[in-house]
Design a binder for this molecule. Sequence first.
Ligand code: NAP
Length: 334
Amino acid sequence: MRIQLVGLGNVGRGLLELMEDEKELISSRGLDVKVVSVSDSEGTAIDEGGLSPLDVLKHKKLGWKTFNKFVEGFSALDAIKEIKSDVVVELTPSTPSGEPGLSHIRTALMARKNVVTSNKSPLVVAYGELVKTARNKHVHLLYEATVAAHVPVFCLTCSCFKVDELLKVEGILNATTNFIIGEMEKGRSFQDALKEAIRAGWAETDYRDDIDGLDAARKVVILANSLFDQDARLEDVRVKGIVDIEPMIREAQKSNRRIKLISEISRNRNKLNMIVEPRQISIDDPLATVNQGNMGVKFTFKTSREIFVSAEFNGCRQTAYAVLNDIAKIQSLS
Ligand SMILES: NC(=O)c1ccc[n+]([C@@H]2O[C@H](COP(=O)([O-])OP(=O)(O)OC[C@H]3O[C@@H](n4cnc5c(N)ncnc54)[C@H](OP(=O)(O)O)[C@@H]3O)[C@@H](O)[C@H]2O)c1
């Protein structure tokens, strides 16, 4: 499969590193991928015979000037329109307007290219439209990495609970805030813990999206649209962040309870309630076991009842893994 990579930040570089480090395992599992173009905000590196991940990573670090395969000013949009490929992997920042990712994904789908993305905002802004375009063009749009990185959310629900009714989702969906709260419980300051999360590359491009609860709210909208078949919007989510959380943490500690930034989606008759807020939870709640920058989701189904899944998260390599797994899924579906 010919892949076009758009965005070479933490996740994009993580994906190339993973493809390089695990190339034998990847090929032993039958995944045959060739990266034909890589775009960042400056331009695009192109080789229809396949770019070497190591070469791309080296030149991204040292500067593109000395890389003869790099065309300055040849944008991702130009690349999607003009270079032949099977899959566009969209990894640009999540923004309020959905751009530039929205145009990248729209253009790719219209050109009958499959899309894999970790970028939430195009799905928040135009989920219904993008899914419909993918269906009409007979291509796949996969986005496992958009919600809680490599925690299996969409893979799990669509393969194991096809004929069950989902009633409620509660989750810790944001690694940065979970890490900060955990460190504050140990006595560390908010600012200090935030700086470490930024250094580790977990934080959003604009870290205020994490601490104000916006990143978690975007994930709630994607879950509502994808799992509850809604036309949910960001403004329908009640959101509270963690900026003033210190007194709440100290209060909870007095009764041996934990504070977590909980994202919740539940059905109330025909209406969906969508909330992101810091909550006191009992230490018996499985979500209380989700520590550090880890993430977890508790699903309640009508028949299967409570299913809890969590995963250790220690960096964007695991987000990159979720992207790679979606690429592999496309190969097996095609
Ligand atoms: N970090 C994680 O673990 C994680 C987890 C789940 C989801 N996500 C989502 O994944 C996406 C990528 O995250 P990240 O941490 O890798 O972001 P990042 O480090 O900020 O990287 C963004 C990349 O997009 C490129 N870019 C920006 N505008 C562009 C344009 N118009 N055309 C082409 N490239 C453009 C940037 O180019 P330059 O390099 O030239 O600036 C940069 O390489 C985000 O939407 C984020 O919300 C991230």
